[in-house]
Design a protein around this ligand. Structure first.
Ligand code: SF4
Length: 505
């Protein structure tokens, strides 16, 4: 087992203490500072792909957001001021309406171990059970690389649970998986509490029927739609993980069947499996997805085939009808980093879209395998751990009528006069499940595809104005300076050779 050791100042040396560079040094520093067991677990839970570094926002945002959305929970960050600035800015941009705690540090407090004492002091000062059920402390890159030992904090102070987690960009690839880091840590804590004795009942009392816990952040109507589909089978929708309140964790663990709607919650699923629960992958999307999911859930919950068939007979024609009423016509490529990409892809295909490529920043797991097989059997290329370069290459190869993607993909598409939609804001924030999800994408997708002519008009009007190096607002016309470029290039090559030579010493 890793023993906590004194913080490692190496993490702050040189010009590279951050996600922009210096990943190798930070990883090495973290290992020498007693975090290698944790990093091994992350490497197993969140396997890397063609790129081994986040290409989206800072991963810690996922954990921070989960903490900020929970009632009676305080979230404290420990990290560089620039990281904390970005993370708090993004949190408030997404409407956090809650303070984020911050324990600042400098080289001295990091190196001497005073930072850990400062964190402990901050936690004691905040731990008030009248206000909080839990306090979450998140180590960002530098404190993780330096080995700040959050595991040495008391598990409970004044009746408030203390959850310390490390969420470094060099160990957790996406913000989606960072949600799992915190959700998994909370489930583990709650599981040990439930094993030790009676725990608080849900706020609205226990459901009279067996429940199905749902894993993954969804459009608010989706759990209700799922609940309506489960009801005729004598089941009810249980809590959604990540939960919005501590006591929901107990209710989530209480369900015999757990639906991994989002398939990347590896640590959370480990907790459910340790508690002896049955986990079912995929989700009730479209006709085929709903049919397979209802069957799998019914089997896992020991529901009789007649009851399963009855609910299928009610739901599936309604879904088929909704899909037929709202067809999508056009070639599409799609990519995102939310983890629901394959589910959206299934809906697009069932709506009639000519979908060629779906890229997800999340890793391949058993829980999305049925979706992958279904899509591949229909000629869709599925790319797990997709890099931005792969997403862009797919767009260039397939020349779609619509590119759905992340910000840089959408930018590149619009530059190429291809209509584009943001996956996160415009596509994943819609109902996807059951009859409500069928047809919900068509309006926005068809409207975007119909915009192609406007792109062509704009492109013809502006021509090459403000393209490339000339983009922006200038007083005079920017002049090309090829000699400056050549000089900088020479210097960069020299620097890289020097670094390589130093590495070999
Ligand atoms: S905490 Fe986030 S923003 Fe800061 S260095 Fe790490 S990955 Fe980058």
């Amino acid at each position: 087992m890793d023993m906590p050791v004194v913080p490692n100042p190496a993490a702050l040396q040189g010009d590279g203490a951050g996600c922009h560079s210096g990943k190798a040094q930070m990883l090495a520093a973290a290992k020498s500072a007693g975090k290698s067991e944790l990093l091994q677990q992350y490497a197993a839970d969140y396997p890397k792909g063609p790129h081994d570094q986040p290409q989206s926002m800072c991963p810690a945002f996922g954990s921070l957001r989960v903490g900020l959305r929970m009632r009676r929970t305080m979230t404290i960050l420990s990290g560089s001021a620039c990281c904390v600035y970005g993370l708090t800015f993004t949190s408030h941009f997404y409407g956090a309406k809650r303070s984020v705690g911050y324990v600042p540090f400098n080289s001295e407090s990091l190196v001497t171990g005073k930072l850990f004492e400062d964190i402990r002091e901050a936690v004691y000062a905040q731990a008030d059970s009248a206000k909080y059920d839990a306090i979450v402390i998140i180590n960002l890159c530098v404190p993780t690389a330096s080995g700040v030992p959050l595991q040495l904090l008391p598990k409970e102070i004044n009746g408030v649970r203390i959850i310390g987690i490390d969420v470094p960009g060099f160990g957790v690839p996406t913000h989606a998986e960072a949600k799992d880091v915190l959700a998994g840590a909370m489930l583990r804590y709650a599981r040990t509490e439930a094993e030790a004795g009676p725990v608080a009942a849900p706020r609205n009392g226990r459901a009279g029927k067996p429940t199905v816990t749902l894993i993954g952040e969804m459009f608010p109507a989706d759990p209700m739609v799922i609940g309506a589909m489960l009801e005729p089978m004598g089941l009810a929708a249980g809590p959604v993980v990540p939960t919005r309140e501590w006591r929901e964790l107990y209710a989530a663990l209480d369900s015999q069947v757990v639906a991994a709607i989002h398939p990347f919650y590896t640590a959370s699923i480990r907790e459910f499996e340790t508690a002896g629960r049955t986990v079912v992958g995929s989700a009730p999307v479209g006709h085929d997805g709903t049919e397979a999911w209802l069957q799998a859930i019914g089997n896992a919950a020991n529901v009789g085939q007649a009851q399963i068939d009855a609910v299928k007979n009610r739901m599936l024609p309604a879904i088929k009808g909704a899909l037929a009423r709202m067809p999508i016509q056009g070639r599409i490529t799609m990519s995102g980093y939310e983890g629901s990409e394959l589910l959206v892809a299934r809906l697009l295909v069932e709506s009639g879209a000519d979908l060629r490529y779906v890229g997800t920043a999340c890793p391949r797991t058993a829980w999305s395998d049925a979706d992958r097989q279904w899509l591949e059997s229909r000629g869709v290329h599925v790319q797990y751990r997709a890099s931005l370069e792969q997403d862009l290459a797919a767009m260039r190869e397939f020349k779609p009528d619509l590119a759905i993607g992340t910000t840089p993909v959408v930018q590149a598409a619009k530059e190429a006069c291809i209509p584009a939609l943001y996956f996160t804001n415009l596509i994943s924030a819609r109902p996807l499940m059951g009859p409500a999800g069928a047809g919900s994408l068509a309006t926005v997708v068809n409207a975007a595809i119909a915009n192609k002519a406007r792109f062509d008009t704009m492109s013809a009007f502006f021509g090459g104005t403000g393209m490339g190096d000339k983009a922006g607002v200038w007083e005079g016309l920017p002049q090309d300076r090829p000699e400056f470029r050549a000089d900088t290039r020479r210097q960069v090559i020299k620097l890289m050779k020097k670094r390589k030579a130093e590495e070999m010493i």
